[in-house]
Design a protein around this ligand. Structure first.
Ligand code: ADP
Ligand code: MG
Length: 252
């Protein structure tokens, strides 16, 4: 039975998608079966895995709004990650879903049908706390919260933590915080070290030992449509995501 982990933070540019792709790839490397679910209308996780958006006929929109069978939507990638893709049509989904019955549990119900076939299901969330993120948190067992090592890292924490709490209380009692991941860490700056200290104080025992370094290879890989372990296997970024996968596996 798959463990379902959502990458969530309403801030954009903190490393949700980069982590979703490269954690998935590192888990596949370790022999696990992984489904990556893209819930961001931008579809960056979809294209970052090498899926040509023009080539796919069905996407998450069809699952949420048109009751399409999830098995018809999932796409296999060369690297071995299976992907439930998102396209820009998903941008209208939140508004269209407002009047739907049990709109918060659509994704959960679909994933329930297939989670036996995977070891991990990794969900990449959009940079907002709307209905798409709520669907992700309702379907998930736990959340990884990526925080960029910058001065405002902890700003906006209240909103995401409160959303996790609300979903836990009202929609998904198993939801927990899997871990806090420091991203774009720059070992040369005091600021990164200071932010890391502050975040560790704020979340004792929850911060991953692995910090994802700022690494240009990580930002280049998506344009080649492959995860870092295929694009630059020896890079610092690839090693960090491998280490993160080990921590995630160890946490059970
Ligand atoms: P989010 O999904 O939270 O919006 P992304 O994962 O898309 O964030 O990252 C935002 C931008 O930063 C992207 O251009 C990505 O390639 C780049 N990026 C992410 N993580 C790193 C990193 N560790 N080092 C360098 N660039 C990164
Ligand atoms: Mg993203």
């Amino acid at each position: 039975m798959a463990k379902i982990i959502a990458l969530a933070n309403q801030k954009g540019g903190v490393g949700k998608t980069t982590t979703a792709i490269n954690l998935s790839a590192a888990l596949v490397d370790r022999g696990y079966k992984v489904l990556l679910v893209d819930t961001d209308p931008q579809g960056n996780a979809t294209s970052g895995c090498g899926i040509e958006k023009g080539q796919i006929k069905l996407s998450l929109y069809d699952l949420l709004l048109r009751e399409k069978n999830i098995l018809e939507i999932i796409v296999a990638t060369n690297g071995g990650i299976k992907v439930l893709p998102a396209l820009i049509d998903l941008a209208g989904a939140e508004v269209e879903m407002v009047s739907m019955f049990s709109r918060e549990t659509k994704l959960k119900k679909a994933l329930d049908k297939i989670k036996n076939a995977y070891d991990y299901i990794i969900i990449d969330c959009p940079p907002s706390l709307g209905l798409l993120t709520i669907n992700a948190l309702t379907a998930a067992d736990s959340v990884i919260l990526p925080l960029q090592c910058e001065f405002y890292a902890l700003e906006g924490m209240t909103q995401i933590l409160n959303t996790i709490k609300l979903v836990h209380e009202n929609l998904n009692e198993k939801l927990s915080l899997e871990g806090v991941l420091l991203t774009m860490y720059d070992a040369r700056t005091n600021l990164s070290a200071q932010v890391a200290e502050e975040v560790k104080k704020h979340f004792p025992d929850k911060v991953y030992r692995t910090m994802i370094p700022r690494n240009v290879r990580l930002s280049e890989a998506p344009s080649y449509g492959c995860p870092i372990n295929e694009y630059a296997a020896d890079s610092k970024g690839a090693i960090a995501y491998k280490d993160l996968a080990e921590e995630v596996i160890k946490n059970g």
